[in-house]
Write a protein that binds this ligand. Structure first.
Ligand code: BF8
Ligand code: SF4
Length: 644
């Protein structure tokens, strides 16, 4: 098989050639052997009770003269609409659960830090802490008049921790961020539709209940709960994870980083950080700069310690510390195939089980660190715990260093390495594009109204082995910036863009339309703004809300000339993210595959029906350039409605 048909990344092509030459199996080989089930991929297989699985794909169109076959229903009578909606809903539930459970870990750590019980951590961003506390009605001071005293960071954080932790098990009412941070008009719309989320866990559990055998069998009602659950992710769990991580680890500001497999160094101990939760990676980064650790690495013959990231943990430490990113989702095996990785440290989400067998071909230690994410055959399990963070980080690092002398396969590190400017939090964009009115998105809006910037595209999401790796990401983003659409990116799209050099101010000259290029040059920013990991899609929501607040572009997110996309999505998290964008009023288009084609009626509801309810809707288009053009058409439609 030609490696060019698998990935567009030359560094990864080189590693795939090595894999082929040495008979090492990768995800692409397994994908060749495993054809997707045509019924399951349409969402048309129900296996939620043991009378099935029941398969209800749309009947083939009858040939002339033949009688048209009827649409099948499940043994219990469940229609294709119900079955497909149930499968879709369970994706929303799993995705939302992943983000919210991530937030739970951060919230627990936050509480321990507030009480001084978590060595190695601090409350770094006091300004953000106070902003969140204000939303949660936690008092910032005590006493009145002359006796009024500010409360300490710790006192505020202790109260705030109790309030955020209570939201996980909250049974009624509204989530704080959903009601306070979305534009007023959006909140009123959600209240009117009765989709305000009540509690993080409740919304996920309720989807699981409703999609149990014989409960919710009205597809619109199932999607209604999807909306509530997805809002509790975007304007809830994900937003909480992002905000509390900023308090603990610092709100990102622009920083220079490097990307692609060329960031690994033959003469260094190479440690790959892979997963999603930055709690332990923050401390591994700190430990890697400890002179004692460095000495230890030297005693084993290495020149130093090189950390590099994969997936969203990579995005987290890249944008806060400039730690280079080695690869996105589909590159995780290829990093090990360099023979240069002394340890791969994983936490949760998007980690191939195949890593465990792959590391056996090399010297790499696969270290799992989260009790929720063990991998059978892992080399080692070093569980993270809030109370002994620095010790655990040093232990992990020591394992990597001890492994440096054990390299056995010849080390082949591709030379590709590209710089990137990252760290565009909502606050940083506000600062850079606030213009004369700092503290708002005024300049950005002004540029949109003036037409130099045509609109905003949020392009995010995974890799998918069923598509040419990174190709859809890059062609979509290039088409958008060529047409003056500024791109906000997170997740594996951000890493694909980094590897292509799109996250540099120079990319503006090379790839952008004249208007966007001018704005980027004036402000000195890349045309593609790296906003972080997948939970940081909440930053895109906050940026959208800030655009609405700055004025001139309507009263709601659905008025903005903006669109969202995940051109190579594969995970359930992507569906939850997509659905919260739709629920926030954004036109959201996916490529690669679409999981509801088993019901034309349901698909039509998601693609068209939702627009009249939520102002946002789903769409699907296989060709990423055509998808970009559809985003631009939507942006133009919104511009026309605004009269700009
Ligand atoms: O949370 S983009 S493949 S790494 S799921 Fe996974 Fe998808 Fe990458 Fe990050 Ni997000
Ligand atoms: Fe079949 Fe109904 Fe059971 Fe689903 S719930 S497997 S459609 S009988």
């Amino acid at each position: 098989v030609k490696v060019e048909s698998r990935t567009v990344d030359p560094a990864e092509q080189q590693m795939l050639k090595r894999a082929q030459a040495e008979g090492i199996e990768t995800i692409w080989d397994r994908a060749d052997k495993m054809k997707p089930c045509p019924i399951g991929s349409e969402g048309a297989c129900c296996r939620i009770c043991s009378q099935g699985p029941c398969r209800v794909p749309p009947p083939k169109k009858a040939k002339p003269g033949e009688e048209q076959k009827k649409q099948a229903v499940g043994v219990c009578g469940a229609t294709a609409e119900t079955i497909v909606a149930r499968n879709f809903a369970r994706m929303v539930a799993a995705g939302s659960a992943a983000h919210t459970d991530h937030a739970r870990g951060v919230a627990h750590l936050f509480k321990e830090v507030a009480h001084g019980r978590a060595p190695g951590y601090e409350l770094k961003d006091a300004g953000k802490l106070r902003a969140i506390a204000r939303d949660y009605d936690v008092p910032l001071s005590v006493g009145e008049g002359d006796d009024k005293k500010s409360r300490s960071k710790e006192e505020i954080a202790q109260d705030l921790a109790e309030k955020v932790l209570a939201e996980f098990g909250q049974q009624s009412g509204e989530l704080v961020f959903s009601s306070k941070r979305a534009p007023k008009k959006r909140v009123e719309l959600w209240r009117g539709l009765d989709v305000m989320p009540r509690g993080f866990d409740r919304e996920v559990v309720e989807i699981m209940h409703r999609t149990h055998m014989g409960v919710d069998q009205d597809y619109k009602n199932i999607i209604h709960q999807c909306t509530r659950c997805a809002i509790s992710d975007g304007w809830g769990g994900s937003m909480l994870a992002t905000e509390l991580q900023d308090v603990l680890f610092g709100t990102p500001v622009p920083v220079l980083g490097d990307s692609n497999l060329g960031v690994l160094k033959e003469d260094h101990v190479n440690v790959i950080i892979h997963g999603h939760e930055p709690l332990l990676p923050e401390l591994i980064n700190a430990a890697s700069q400890d002179p004692e650790m460095l000495e230890y690495a030297k005693s084993k013959g290495a020149k130093g310690i090189q950390l590099a990231g994969i997936c969203c943990s990579a995005n987290e430490i890249l944008m806060r510390h400039g730690i280079p990113v080695a690869a996105n989702f589909l590159g995780q095996e290829l990093a090990i195939i360099t023979g240069a990785v002394d340890a791969m440290v994983v936490d949760v989400q998007c980690q191939f089980q195949a890593l465990a067998s792959l590391v056996k071909c090399f010297h790499t230690k696969l270290i799992t660190t989260d009790e929720r994410g063990r991998i059978e055959g892992e080399t080692m399990y070093i569980p993270f715990d809030d109370h002994h963070g620095p010790e655990i980080a040093r232990k992990v690092l020591k394992e990597a260093i001890d492994n440096f002398p054990n390299r056995r396969a010849p080390v082949i590190i591709p030379e590709q390495k590209y710089p990137c400017v990252v760290g565009f939090s909502m606050e940083t964009i506000r600062y850079l594009l606030g213009g004369s009115i700092r503290g708002s998105y005024y300049t950005l809006n002004d540029n949109i109204i003036g037409g130099r910037v045509r609109g905003i595209g949020g392009v995010v999401g995974c890799n998918n082995v069923r598509t040419l790796h990174d190709n859809a990401h890059l062609s979509m983003v290039k088409e958008l910036i060529k047409n003056d659409v500024v791109v906000l990116t997170t997740g594996c799209n951000a890493i694909a863009c980094a590897k292509e050099g799109l996250l540099t101010p120079e990319a503006a000259i090379k790839y952008c339309g004249a208007g966007l290029a001018e704005v980027c040059e004036t402000v000195g920013i890349p045309p593609v703004l790296h906003m972080g990991s997948c939970v940081d899609n909440a930053r895109i929501l906050l940026a959208a809300a800030a655009c609405v607040r700055a004025g001139g572009l309507g009263n709601d997110i659905s008025d903005l000339p903006a669109a969202g996309a995940a051109p190579e999505w594969m995970s359930e998290k992507a569906i939850s993210i997509g659905h919260y964008f739709v629920s926030s009023g954004v036109y959201t288009i996916f490529s690669a595959a679409w999981p509801t084609t088993g019901s034309e009626i349901l698909t039509d509801y998601l693609f068209h029906g939702l627009e009249s309810e939520l102002g946002g809707m789903w769409d699907f288009e296989l060709d990423p350039v055509v998808a970009a053009q559809k985003m631009i058409a939507h942006i133009d439609k919104k511009r026309a409605a605004l009269g700009i």
